[in-house]
Ligand binder design. Structure first.
Ligand code: PBG
Length: 327
């Protein structure tokens, strides 16, 4: 048979398959999202995210050490405050949950790199990501609060801030305030294209941050749109973002690829709580192989073009990379 091109030739042994692998990844690009809460001696399992917990500050070092030992270099902290109010003042309080978490984390596990989510929804009594005027989130009233929150986190020790509120102009506002205060070297990872997604459901259970009325569609993006993501990304680049994020990941791999091809900044993808919950639930039913599913979805997200991956499976993925199963 006259067939010179045989693609199977390069698939014939494990060594060869690995040699010609197109997508390379390693644990240095993983970020683990972590929930911290008030109280003592708490490691509460999140019902819709089996294997994920809310930690009180005294128990938080356990999980930080686990991550460091696994080779996961960075965590993204989310705070669940004891009290919420109309304006979300707990977000920037000097003794707020995140600010105290940062002080303790940096002291006890200083080798990790600490990123903070900058948003108001965990701190407002109405659960929206900003200040309300009537029943609308007021963009321009929210901006100074978001910037103030970012500054207070940096003052408490955050190495990087990641605004997730989706107000227009927030990257510029944060950059300006950080610079004014001498923090010119603290990077901003912008949740630039963040879609209004049902995949955040388990996170909102975990953080008690579901909106008490309405939804987030007037500030998070419509999932029918692609060009709008590029517009958001370009605007955040202009305002001084250092890293661009696409969120969620699995249903938005086309966006990850397109953003990768469009910008010259590092691109992060956030594989969100609902993506974690789907794999866990199906695995608990015995319907899928959890480990293989984690490996395949992870490689898929990197193949789409991300440089950085935020995932609740960070520790497991770092383990699979070490074993050489992926990477
Ligand atoms: C805060 C925020 C959310 C997530 C990250 N930051 C929730 C939301 O926008 O409702 C979701 C993360 C996840 O689902 O894992 N605004």
């Amino acid at each position: 048979m006259d067939m010179t091109i045989r693609s199977r030739r390069l698939r014939s042994t494990p060594v060869l398959r690995k040699m010609v692998r197109e997508t390379r990844m390693d644990a240095s690009s993983l970020i683990y999202p972590l929930f911290v809460t008030e109280g003592e001696d708490k490691k509460e399992e999140i019902p819709s995210m089996p294997g994920q917990y809310r930690y009180s500050l005294d128990r938080m070092p356990e999980v930080l050490t686990e991550m460091a030992d696994a080779g996961v270099p960075s965590v993204m902290l989310f705070g669940i405050p004891g009290q919420k109010d109309e304006c979300g003042t707990g977000a920037w309080a000097e003794d707020g949950i995140i600010q105290r978490a940062l002080l303790k984390a940096k002291k006890e596990v200083p080798d990790l790199y600490y990123i903070t989510d900058v948003c108001m929804c965990e701190y407002t009594s109405h659960g929206h990501c900003g200040i309300l005027t009537g029943d609308q989130v007021d963009n321009d009233k929210t901006l100074p609060m978001i910037a103030k929150t970012a500054l207070s986190q940096v003052q408490a020790g955050a190495d990087m801030v990641a605004p997730s509120d989706m107000m227009d102009g927030r990257v510029g506002e944060i950059r300006h305030l950080l610079d004014q205060n001498g923090y010119t070297d603290v990077p901003i990872m912008s949740y630039a294209s963040k879609y209004a997604s049902a995949f955040y459901g388990p996170f909102r259970d975990a953080a008690g941050s579901a909106p008490s009325f309405g939804d987030r569609k007037s500030y998070q993006m419509d999932y029918h749109n692609r060009l709008e993501a590029l517009k958001e990304v370009k605007q955040d680049c202009k305002e001084g973002a250092d890293i661009i994020m696409v969120k969620p990941a699995l249903s938005y791999l086309d966006i990850v690829r397109e953003v990768r091809n469009t910008v010259d900044l590092p691109v992060a993808a956030y594989s969100v709580s609902g993506e974690y919950a789907m794999i866990k639930a199906a695995a608990m039913k015995g319907w899928i192989d959890e480990e293989q599913m984690i490996c395949e979805t992870t490689a898929g997200i990197y193949r789409a073009g991300c440089d950085i991956l935020l995932t609740y499976f960070a520790k497991e993925i770092a383990g699979f990379m070490k074993e050489g199963r992926i990477g």
